[in-house]
Write a protein that binds this ligand. Structure first.
Ligand code: FMN
Length: 415
C-alpha cells in the first residue's frame, strides 16, 4: 500500500499562488472580469456536476480539488505552451457555414462506427495516464461514465486501473494505447494482454521518442508540499504486473515505420498510429499498413511545434484520401470544435483534459457531465447548421479564415 499523504482540498494558499502564477504566465495574456470570477469563486460554489455549464467551469472546479502537482501534470503543455495555445486558437481559424431551412425536427443522429467501434457520439475518450491522481474513481470511473453515455474509450499504457477491470466497467470493447518499451518482448506481452482482455485496436503513440519539457507541470509541482518521488519512485502501472521492470524504459527511440508490420505479426487488433501531425507521415502510415491515424500532438505535450492539430487536419485528410479513418484530438472544448473537425474530414475526435477535469471535480459523475455537455453542444451545432446526422457534415460547412483569434480574447476560457 502507498503511504502517500492525501491532498487536502480547498487550499486557499495554493489557489492564491496558482492565480499569481497564471497572472504572470504567458498562458494567459489577459483576464476578463468573468474569467477572474471563475478563478476566485467557482470551484467553491458549484458542488453538483449538473450546475456546471461548460468544460471550462469544470476545469475551475477540478483545480480546487486536485492536488497542485497532479493538476499541473494535467494542464501542462511543453516549453512555453505555444502549442497548447495553438491547439485552442487553431479552432478559431475555421468558421462554420450554417445552412438554413433544412428539416432538423427529427432526432439528431451523432452515432459513428470507426473501425468497428460503435458509439452514440463521435467524441472519443483519448488515453490519459495516471488518472488515479485526479480522483480515486480513476480509469474504472471513466469507463463507467463512457458506458453510461456510450462513448468510445482508449485506455493508456499508463492507466491507473487494470485493463480487465476497465473493460468490465465499460462493458464494450475499448482500444489500448501502447507505449512500446525498449524491450520488444515486453511490447509483445502488452499487446497479448490487451487483446486477451478484449481490446479491438491498439494505438501506438509515436510522438514522444526523445523526452519532453513540461514546464507548467514543474512550476505547479513546487506548490505541492510533497515530493513526487516519495510516492512515484519506481512506480509501474498495472499493465506491467508480472513483468520485471528493472531497467525497462517506456520509450523505444529506435522505432521506425516497420513497427506497424511487427505489431501485426503479434496481434489481430487493428493498428492505429497516434501522434501523426503532417501529411507526409500520414501517407507513410497508410503505406506501411496502419488501419487508422490519430492526428495528435499529445495534447501539446510532445514537441512545441506551434501548430494546432486542427490546422494539421486538412493536409492529413488530403494525404490519407479516405483510405483509413483519421481521428483528431487536441484542444477540443466545444461542440463547435467537434463539428469543425468532422467537417474537415475527421471520422471522430478525442478529448483528454476535459474528461479529466470532470473526473477531478466529481469522479465518474463529472466525466458523465462533461460528455453530456459536449454532446448537447454538438447536437445544437448540428441542428443549427442544417446537418441532422454526422453523414451530412461535409467540407461545405466550414471555411478557413486564414487567421487565428488570440486566446486571451476567448471569453470564458481559462487555459
Ligand atoms: C495528463 C495527460 C496524460 C496523457 N497521457 C497520455 C498517455 O498515456 N498516452 C497517450 O498516448 N497520450 C496521452 N495524453 C494525450 C491524450 O491522449 C490526448 O492526445 C490529449 O490529451 C488531447 O488533447 P486535450 O487534452 O487538449 O483534449 C495525455 C494527455 C494528458 C493531458
Amino acid at each position: 500500500m502507498s503511504s502517500r499523504t492525501p491532498f487536502q482540498p480547498g487550499r486557499q494558499q495554493y489557489r492564491r499562488d496558482f492565480l499569481k502564477f497564471l497572472a504572470g504566465s504567458p498562458l494567459l495574456t489577459s483576464f476578463s472580469a468573468f474569467t477572474q470570477e471563475i478563478e476566485e469563486t467557482l470551484g467553491e460554489r458549484l458542488t453538483n456536476p449538473d450546475q456546471v455549464i461548460n468544460v471550462f467551469e469544470m476545469e475551475a472546479v477540478a483545480r480546487e480539488k486536485v492536488a497542485p502537482a497532479h493538476f499541473g501534470y494535467l494542464i501542462s503543455g511543453v516549453d512555453s505552451d505555444t502549442t497548447l495555445r495553438a491547439n485552442r486558437e487553431g479552432y478559431t481559424r475555421f468558421q462554420i457555414l450554417p445552412r438554413r431551412l433544412v428539416d432538423v425536427s427529427g432526432p439528431t443522429d451523432m452515432s459513428v462506427n470507426v473501425l468497428g467501434a460503435e458509439a452514440r457520439s463521435p467524441i472519443f475518450l483519448s488515453p490519459v495516464g495516471s488518472t488515479g491522481g485526479f480522483h480515486s474513481d480513476a480509469d474504472v470511473g471513466v469507463a463507467r461514465a463512457a458506458a453510461a453515455k456510450n462513448h468510445h474509450m482508449i485506455l493508456s499504457t499508463q492507466a491507473s486501473s487494470p485493463i480487465e477491470e476497465v473493460i468490465e466497467a465499460r462493458d464494450a470493447p475499448i482500444w489500448f494505447q501502447l507505449y512500446s518499451t525498449n524491450r520488444w518482448e515486453y511490447t509483445e506481452a502488452l499487446l497479448r494482454r490487451a487483446e486477451a482482455a478484449g481490446c479491438t485496436a491498439v494505438c501506438l503513440t509515436v510522438d514522444l521518442p526523445g523526452g519532453r519539457n513540461t514546464e507548467t507541470s514543474a512550476v505547479l509541482a513546487r506548490e505541492d508540499d510533497r515530493f513526487c518521488e516519495e510516492c512515484h519512485y519506481g512506480e509501474a502501472k498495472p499493465i506491467f504486473d508480472g513483468l520485471d521492470m528493472q531497467g525497462v524504459g517506456l520509450v523505444d527511440s529506435s522505432l521506425t515505420w516497420e513497427v506497424i508490420g511487427r505489431m501485426k505479426e503479434v496481434t489481430d487488433m487493428k493498428v492505429i498510429i497516434k501522434g501523426i501531425e503532417v501529411g507526409a507521415d500520414a501517407a507513410l502510415a497508410v503505406q506501411y499498413g496502419a488501419d487508422g491515424i490519430i492526428l495528435s500532438n499529445h495534447g501539446a505535450r510532445a514537441t512545441d511545434t506551434g501548430r494546432g492539430t486542427i490546422e494539421c487536419l486538412p493536409e492529413v485528410i488530403s494525404a490519407v484520401n479516405g483510405r483509413i479513418p483519421v481521428i483528431v484530438d487536441g484542444g477540443i472544448r466545444r461542440g463547435t470544435d467537434v463539428y469543425k473537425a468532422l467537417a474537415l474530414g475527421a471520422s471522430a475526435v478525442g478529448i483528454g483534459r476535459p474528461y479529466c477535469w470532470g473526473l477531478g471535480a466529481f469522479g465518474q459523475a463529472g466525466v458523465e457531465r462533461v460528455l453530456d455537455l459536449l454532446y448537447r453542444e454538438l447536437a445544437i451545432t448540428m441542428r443549427g447548421s442544417g446537418t441532422p446526422s454526422i453523414a451530412h457534415i461535409t467540407p461545405d460547412y466550414v471555411q478557413d479564415a486564414g487567421y487565428r483569434v488570440p486566446r486571451g480574447t476567448l471569453g470564458r476560457e481559462l487555459i
